[in-house]
Structures are given as structure tokens and as C-alpha cells.
Ligand binder design. Structure first.
Ligand SMILES: Nc1ncnc2c1ncn2[C@@H]1O[C@H](COP(=O)(O)OP(=O)(O)OP(=O)(O)O)[C@@H](O)[C@H]1O
Length: 921
């Protein structure tokens, strides 16, 4: 049976004499939990016939024998632990448990450790840590390694070798160009390595097992808390590819460890793995006359139980260290620092951060406040990572229906067909049952499965089309009936690297600004950029003349995008190289569109995506699916001739990319005079750093009275750098105060509540906007209360917690009323606080009415906005969680705002009471 629970006290480790001789044991007091993973129950029954852990939360003792005492020593009260195949024992009338010869002990099983982490850790725990901090740089060996792996996958899928090499090298044109490599030389290099792969595949064919392998597979283990992607699986056993050489008979130890991780993952998928294979591709390049040793590239080894258990203990060390928030010192391993390539980096990091390190320290340490900041944000980012791991755990903790209700999965798809694509990939199609909502979007990476993403057939796939039919592409075919959100750690990984770069590689002056030690400086500049709006003009002047940074605070509709575009035009005119960034692709494209418009109006007269001449070269860096169609001509193509691709990026005077892309290997190589970041109030500090690290000066544009950064954990990441700097350096900031969106009556409440009454309509025409301005619409045709730009409709409601069918029905009727008065349905937007209510309303109204949560409406506007408060009876807890969300909801409309809710409930909280007064005035 499996025993799982939380360590409830001190762990006692000691030696005892048994009939087998001297043995070590550890007694772990455990408060048993009842969250046994669904899959465990059946396996546990198979082992012992007893049901697991359904019996409450009593404390018991679990005895861990022999080598497992090493893991026991890592345990601290409060940590979770899982013991598989434990035996039950009666002791002093109490039921206790102990490990058996078949047991594994897993520390914090819900912390998912990647196979790469375990491999790095076995080399040196410090190496694991340094890799997290600095990421993988753009260098030739890494890119070549990736290419060889890609070609390997292609060969397994039956693609022709030369065709694969040519296609894969072409795809990486940009990276290779930035590294100064030529396509021919790289192709030759890859070809040499691929010979080993071909030879190995031939062997497979000789013993007629060609059908029994598959290419790269994403594997997740809920029992062992490990995840990773095996390069290949042959006859159920893992095959790992290494681009180095190995002249010994046996695979390298760290490579065996990696293969053993995949063996554990495959066993959880029902396999029984007894061998592992390592392919050292460089062996086949070597000349037999010059090298001595075993030149055979393929090395097999027997997968002993001892190794598998050792691997789990290594994994436990990582999980325990991360849980305790410790930093490895290097003393945990026996690696020799003298032989380590990373010794210098290791010493510098230890020196700067005053960390204990086996390699020693060099250099001066960072000031206390910077180290304190580093520690604080390191912890915050790691907390965020744990939240992502919790998302993974939901793959098995929640049922398919629960995940669908949570919008995290599309289930019950009807599989239609699978079609092989050129290059060996597959296109899979399935029919989607009507009306199902989810967070999934075209272009997203998803887990596509036959219904069980963890234990069934599942593949990492990309959504190509998502309407009545779902079309996805994947490396291997799967009879897809379910798609799950894939919880990626990429963004979190990049936050850590961005923070590391800002603090350890950052310029001193920049750090003085970030740490509040120096007032930002400005050049003297007398020039009018915008003549009809004083504050916008001041904002552009600040942005252009800033020597360090400028901060533009733009309430709703005040022309932030217009101001950014004007500032970029001025910078381009001065010959500067500009980075334009924002958190979302949508915001980047919006701003870029405005920049293009400005450049066309201005002296620069012409813009273009590629080429030369006097025109301003502009590139948009991002994936095809992320970028708006009309920005496609500016998208930087990654594939192609290396030199051309690299030149296109290097020559671009304006480069636009999301902050996440700014943390990519390609973008990290770029340098700019100035970085402009839009929607900066929605970015975490390290997220902002990813963009501003690349430039000498920066301009942040945003509104901290609207939505805060999107993070899962509640910690230092929830405040944006924008907000912190606006408060620290009021002199570097400008608040835009004229709005171009709302009728005057609509704007009053938000202005008073959130902007000290400073927001004003930019022109009399804006102030006087009403529905009468729209063709074919007459307010006279509306019932009296709706003629006013702001109205309130009192609905007592059905007292549901997250949904209200009465409000939904009333909203459906309202939409009909507006239609009767001549309004188009697409001019109406409906905002609700909870996704459940969004679904409820969607079920009541026609499909072409936009219904969504506030988060999805930020940044957009609509002629009519209807807000469903979904609050009835007593108001328990804030409806929109945060007043900033109310601000966003109430400032979306241009001409009419209708609030729907229970007046009695709303009046019980002061802010909503004031809102009612205004709406009913
Ligand atoms: N100085 C100006 N003169 C004339 N029109 C302007 C000026 N500034 C902004 N506008 C117009 O006002 C509208 C809103 O501007 P913009 O889209 O830049 O606002 P925003 O602040 O980015 O909006 P949001 O709050 O939604 O992000 C646009 O149609 C823009 O052309």
C-alpha cells in the first residue's frame, strides 16, 4: 500500500542490530493525508488488498529502512512524503508502517523535478542552481545539440536524412546567423553526428524491432514527482542522445542517471524497463587509428533497481532543498571544482551574493539592500514556480469534468482523423462539442490525450485551429479526445534570469535608479511634439529627454498608445535604436500599429519590414500564431539564410516583442538605446527587467489603478516596477489627464475614486458622446432609465454564489431592448466578475455579444457596457476582488454604461454605495 502524509514532528534516525546485521532506520511521525492520487488506489489494492488512506488524519509512524534514511534526513516538519509499497505493522496496539524491499520514498511528491535538473544536480548541485540563474546562453554547441536531436526525431519518424538536415538547419537560420555560422558548415557538422544515429537505427531494423520505437515523449510522474521528455523510447526502454564522445564501455554516470529517470517515468506509464541506451554521436566521427577505446556510439546498460532508487533519492534532495528555500553550496556532491567549466561563474556568483560555495568566492559582494532584494525575489519566483507545479498536479487531482468546469480542459472531443504531415509530424482533428469554454487559444501549446493526460497516450501539441473543430499538430499521432492547458515554466524561468542579469550584470547607474539611490536625470529640451494636449506633450518630452527613465501614467482612454508612438517617432528621428515591449502580444501589436501610423505621418515617410534605403527598418519578433495578421509583414522570420536573418534583426531600428520574448536567447543578444514598455503596471519587477535590461534608458507606460501583474502567488511579484518607481520618483512621471473615450457622466465616478478628480474629457465632443451619435440609433426609442449614459438596474437575484441566472436573464432582455432601439449587438460588451457567470450569461445571449471577465476587457472599449455584479443577499468578500478591477469595468464604455445588481447588497460596502449614488443620480 502507499502511505502519504505530512511530517508531524522530528525524525529519528539511528542504527539497530537485526538478524541481517547492522541496519539504519528512520522513524517518521506522519499525519496522514487523504489526497491519494486517483491512480494510486488501484495499484495499492493490487499490492495488498487494503484500501489506502481514506481514514482521516491521524498521526502514525513510518519506518524508513537503510538507504532511505538519507531521504529521511532531509525531512522537516510540514513536508509531504509518500512511501510506496509500504507494509502495515501492529506495534503496541497501534498500526504503523515501514518500507519494504519494493518501496520508494518520495519527498514532496507534488514538487515536479525535471530530468535535466536531476542530471545537473548529480554533476554538482551548484551547477543546477547556476543554470536556473543564468539560463542557457546562445552558443554553437547548444544549437548544434538541438539540431542533432531534431534530426534524430525526424529519422525516427521516417524522414530522409538529407531532407531533415537541410530543413532543420534552415529553421534555425536566425540563431546560426547571430552566431556567425554558415548553413553549409553546420549541415556538415550535423551530418557527422547523424551517422551514429543512422547506424543505430539500422541495427534496430536488423532485429526486426523497427515498429517498437517512438520519438520524443513528454512524461510526467505523479508518484515520483518527476517530469521530462525522453529523446526516444525503443521497445519500451529509454534512449538518450548525447552529442559528445565516450570511449568507455559503459555510459557516463550522469547519463545513466538521466536514462534511469525516464525509466521511472515509463514504468509509471505501465512499462517494465530493464535496459537503457545512450547514443554518443561523436563516437562515429572519430578515427579508429587515432583514438583508442570503444568507438561504438550505442551503449546499453542494465537498469538496476539500486540505480532507480538512487535517482529518486537525488530527486528528493532537490525537492527538499527547494522546499526549505536553501541554496546549494556544492559540498553536497563530490565533484571536483578544478575540473568544472563553471568554476569562475560559480565563484563570481558566490562572491557577489555572499553565498557559501565549495569553489570559493571572488569579487566584491553586492550592497546589502541588493542582496536582500535578490533573496526576496528569488523566493517569490520560486513560489510562483510551485504554483505552476500545483497546476500540473491538477492534471491528476481533478477529474476531467472538474478541469473542464475550471476552463482548463476541453473534454469529450470526438476524434475525427490523423494525417501525416511533411517532415514526419501529424495533424490531428477532432470535433468539439458545442459551447464549451476554455482558456485555450489558437497557437497555444497543449497536452493532447486520449482522455488521460498523465497515464494514457498524451502528446505535447499546438492548436492550429479552434472552432467547431479542433485542429492540432504533434510529433506523434494520438486519438485525441481531450486537450489540457500545458502549465509552462518558461516565463518563470525567464523571470529569474532577468532578475539575475539586472542585479549581477546590470550597470551601476541603472541599479542606483532601481534602488532609489539617484534621482533620474533629464536633458534640457524645448520642442513641441504634440500641440493639442499639454500632458501628452510633456510625456513625450520626458521620454525623449530622459537620461535614465521616464514614467507615463495613463488613465483609461488618455492616449497612452498615441503618446508612445509619438515618442518613438521622435527617438527614431534622432537616430536611436528602440525596443518596444509589453506583457501581451496584443498590446505590442497595438502599439506597433500606432508607431507605423506615426512614422507614415512623420518625416521618416516610409516604413518597411526588411531591406535598406532611407526607410525605418522595423521588426516584430514573435511566433506566427501570436502576432496579429496585419503585423505579419514585419514579423522576423527565423528560418532562412543565417546571414540575412541576423542582418534583418541587427539592422532594425525599431524592434517590437513581448517582455517574455525579450528574455529569449536571441533577444538577449540585442542592445538598444531605449526601451519603451507599455502596460507596465501589469508587469512584475523581473518581468519589466527582461525588457529594460536590453537598453540604456527606459520609459514605462501604464496605469497602476488598473489591473496589476498576472501572477499566481501572493508576494513581491504583485507590485509592478512602474508603481514602485512612480511613487519613488514623482518628478520622472507625468499623468495624462484628458480622456478620449467616455461621455462625461460615465467618467465622473472613476475620476473621483481613482484619479483624484483629475480626469477630464479631452474635447467637448467626447464629453457629449451618446448613443444618438450612432447611425440608426435613437435614445428616444429606449425606456426612460436607459436614456441616461449611466443607469442602474436593481435585480434581487437568485442568491447563487458565483452565478446569477436572474441577472443573466435580465441582461438578455436588455440586449433585446437595445437592438430594438437600432443598436448593433456587436456594439455591446458584458462584463461579469466570475467565469461561471460569464458562462451563465453566454448561455442567455446571442453568440456575437462579447461576454467576458474584466481581465479580458482591459485595454479595449465598447459603445455600451453592461456590468453584471452577481452579488445578492449580503456582500461577502469583494466582488471584483480588487477595486482596480471595478475601475477597469466602469471605464470601458464610450456612450452608455448599465450596472445590473442587487442594490441592497451593493449598498453594504462604501465604494459600491458611492457607485450606486452616482449611477442613480
Ligand atoms: N492628442 C490627441 N489628439 C487627437 N486624438 C488623440 C490624441 N491622443 C489620443 N487620441 C485619440 O484617442 C483615442 C485613444 O487613444 P489611445 O488608443 O492612444 O488610448 P490609450 O490610452 O492607449 O487607451 P487605453 O486606456 O484603452 O489603453 C485614439 O483614437 C487616439 O487617436
Amino acid at each position: 500500500m502507499h502511505v502519504r502524509g505530512t511530517v508531524a514532528g522530528e525524525v529519528d534516525v539511528r542504527s539497530v542490530t537485526t538478524s541481517y546485521g547492522e541496519s539504519d532506520l528512520a522513524e517518521v511521525p506522519l499525519r496522514r493525508g487523504d489526497d491519494t492520487p486517483a491512480g494510486d488506489a488501484s495499484r495499492a489494492r493490487g499490492d495488498g488488498g487494503t484500501a489506502t488512506l481514506a481514514d482521516g488524519h491521524e498521526t502514525t509512524t513510518v519506518t524508513l529502512w537503510n538507504k532511505w534514511t538519507e531521504s529521511a534526513e532531509l525531512l522537516e516538519p510540514g513536508m509531504d512524503v509518500l512511501v510506496t509499497n509500504a507494509k502495515e505493522e501492529e506495534y503496541d496496539g497501534e498500526t504503523q508502517y515501514a518500507t519494504t524491499g519494493d518501496s520508494y520514498v518520495v519527498v514532496e511528491p507534488s514538487f515536479l523535478v525535471s530530468v535535466t535538473s536531476i542530471r545537473n544536480w548529480v554533476e554538482c548541485p551548484r551547477l543546477y542552481y547556476l543554470n536556473k540563474l543564468s539560463g542557457v546562453p546562445l552558443n554553437y554547441p547548444v544549437v548544434k545539440g538541438t539540431l542533432v536531436h531534431e534530426v534524430f526525431g525526424d529519422l525516427l519518424r521516417g524522414r530522409d536524412l538529407e531532407e531533415s538536415i537541410a530543413a532543420r538547419v534552415e529553421e534555425r537560420g536566425l540563431q546560426l546567423g547571430l552566431l556567425g555560422e554558415t548553413a553549409d558548415a553546420v549541415a556538415e557538422d550535423v551530418r557527422e553526428n547523424a551517422t551514429a544515429i543512422e547506424g543505430w537505427l539500422q541495427q534496430g531494423r536488423l532485429d526486426e524491432s523497427e515498429d517498437e520505437w517512438r520519438s520524443e515523449q513528454l512524461l510526467i510522474s505523479e508518484t515520483f514527482g518527476i517530469r521530462g521528455r525522453a529523446d526516444a523510447v525503443r521497445r519500451g526502454a529509454p534512449v538518450e542522445l548525447k552529442t559528445g564522445k565516450n570511449l568507455k564501455k559503459e555510459p557516463r554516470f550522469k547519463d545513466k542517471v538521466q536514462a534511469a529517470c525516464y525509466a521511472l517515468l515509463l514504468e509509471e506509464h505501465g512499462g517494465d524497463v530493464d535496459i537503457g541506451t545512450l547514443l554518443y554521436t561523436k563516437n562515429s566521427v572519430l578515427d579508429r587509428n587515432e583514438e583508442t577505446g570503444d568507438l561504438n556510439p550505442a551503449k546499453e546498460f542494465t537498469m538496476g533497481e539500486g540505480l532507480l532508487k538512487y535517482v529518486v533519492r537525488l530527486r528528493n534532495e532537490i525537492a527538499a532543498m527547494e522546499m526549505a528555500g536553501d541554496i546549494p553550496t556544492g559540498y553536497e556532491a563530490d565533484a571536483k571544482c578544478e575540473y568544472c567549466f563553471e568554476q569562475d561563474t560559480c565563484m563570481v556568483v558566490s562572491g557577489r551574493l555572499e553565498q557559501e560555495s565549495k569553489a570559493g568566492r571572488i569579487g566584491r559582494s553586492l550592497p546589502d539592500e541588493e542582496r536582500e532584494y535578490f533573496d526576496r525575489f528569488y523566493r517569490a519566483i520560486e513560489e510562483e514556480r510551485r504554483e505552476i507545479h500545483r497546476e500540473y498536479a491538477k492534471l491528476w487531482k481533478q477529474s476531467a469534468e472538474e478541469r473542464a468546469d475550471d476552463d482548463r480542459a476541453l473534454i469529450d472531443l470526438e476524434f475525427l482523423e490523423q494525417r501525416p504531415l511533411e517532415g514526419g509530424r501529424w495533424e490531428l482533428r477532432a470535433r468539439r462539442p458545442g459551447g464549451a469554454n476554455s482558456k485555450l487559444r489558437e497557437g497555444d501549446l497543449v497536452l493532447a490525450s486520449d482522455g488521460d493526460p498523465v497515464r494514457g497516450e498524451s502528446e505535447l501539441a499546438r492548436i492550429e485551429r479552434l472552432d467547431d473543430e479542433v485542429v492540432i499538430t504533434a510529433d506523434e499521432p494520438v486519438e485525441v479526445t481531450r486537450l489540457d492547458v500545458y502549465p509552462s515554466e518558461l516565463t518563470t524561468d525567464r523571470l529569474l534570469v532577468a532578475m539575475h542579469d539586472a542585479l549581477l550584470k546590470g550597470d551601476e547607474r541603472r541599479k542606483d535608479i532601481l534602488f532609489g539611490r539617484t534621482e533620474p536625470a533629464f536633458e534640457d529640451l524645448e520642442e513641441t511634439f504634440i500641440d493639442n494636449n499639454e500632458r501628452q506633450n510633456e510625456a513625450v518630452t520626458k521620454a525623449v529627454s530622459a537620461e535614465d527613465c521616464a514614467l507615463i501614467h495613463g488613465p483609461p482612454g488618455t492616449g497612452k498608445t498615441y503618446t508612445i508612438a509619438r515618442a518613438i517617432r521622435a527617438m527614431v528621428d534622432r537616430g536611436e535604436r528602440v525596443l518596444l515591449s509589453a506583457f501581451t502580444n496584443r498590446a505590442v501589436d497595438n502599439a506597433l500599429a500606432a508607431v507605423l501610423e506615426q512614422l507614415e505621418d512623420g518625416d521618416a515617410s516610409q516604413t518597411q519590414g526588411t531591406g535598406d534605403g532611407n526607410a525605418v527598418d522595423i521588426v516584430r519578433v514573435g511566433s506566427e500564431s501570436g502576432i496579429r495578421d496585419d503585423m505579419e509583414p514585419y514579423r522576423l522570420e527565423r528560418a532562412g539564410d543565417p546571414e540575412d536573418r541576423a542582418a534583418e534583426l541587427r539592422n532594425a531600428q525599431v524592434v517590437a516583442a513581448t517582455t517574455s520574448t525579450c528574455g529569449s536567447r536571441v533577444m538577449k543578444e540585442q542592445e538598444f538605446d531605449v526601451a519603451l514598455v507599455d502596460e507596465a503596471a501589469q508587469l512584475t519587477e523581473p518581468g519589466t527587467c527582461a525588457a529594460i535590461n536590453l537598453a540604456e534608458r527606459f520609459v514605462l507606460v501604464g496605469d497602476h489603478e488598473q489591473l496589476p501583474p498576472v501572477v499566481r502567488a501572493e508576494n513581491d511579484l504583485t507590485e509592478s516596477l512602474f508603481e514602485r518607481l512612480v511613487e519613488r520618483y514623482p518628478g520622472a512621471g507625468v499623468m495624462l489627464d484628458r480622456q478620449y473615450r467616455m461621455n462625461q457622466r460615465i467618467q465622473v465616478f472613476a475620476s473621483n475614486e481613482f484619479y483624484d478628480g483629475q480626469l477630464r474629457p479631452a474635447t467637448p465632443a467626447v464629453a457629449a458622446r451618446t448613443l444618438d451619435d450612432l447611425a440608426g440609433v435613437s435614445r428616444d426609442a429606449l425606456p426612460e432609465p436607459l436614456r441616461d449614459p449611466v443607469s442602474f438596474i436593481d435585480v434581487e437575484g437568485d442568491r447563487g454564489q458565483y452565478t446569477d441566472s436572474e441577472e443573466a436573464a435580465r441582461i438578455a432582455a436588455l440586449i433585446e431592448t437595445y437592438e430594438d432601439a437600432g443598436l448593433d449587438r456587436t456594439d455591446i460588451g458584458v462584463i461579469a466578475p466570475f467565469r461561471a457567470q460569464v458562462s451563465e450569461i453566454s448561455a442567455h445571449v446571442p453568440d456575437d455579444v462579447a461576454v467576458d471577465t474584466v481581465d479580458r476587457f482591459q485595454g479595449s472599449s465598447q459603445n455600451v457596457i453592461i456590468v453584471s455584479f452577481t452579488a445578492t443577499g449580503s456582500l461577502e468578500g469583494p466582488i471584483f476582488e480588487d477595486y482596480r478591477r471595478i475601475n477597469v469595468a466602469l471605464t470601458r464604455p464610450k456612450r452608455a454604461l448599465v450596472l445590473v445588481g442587487d442594490a441592497a447588497a451593493l449598498a453594504s460596502e462604501p465604494v459600491y454605495e458611492r457607485m450606486l449614488e452616482w449611477a442613480r443620480a
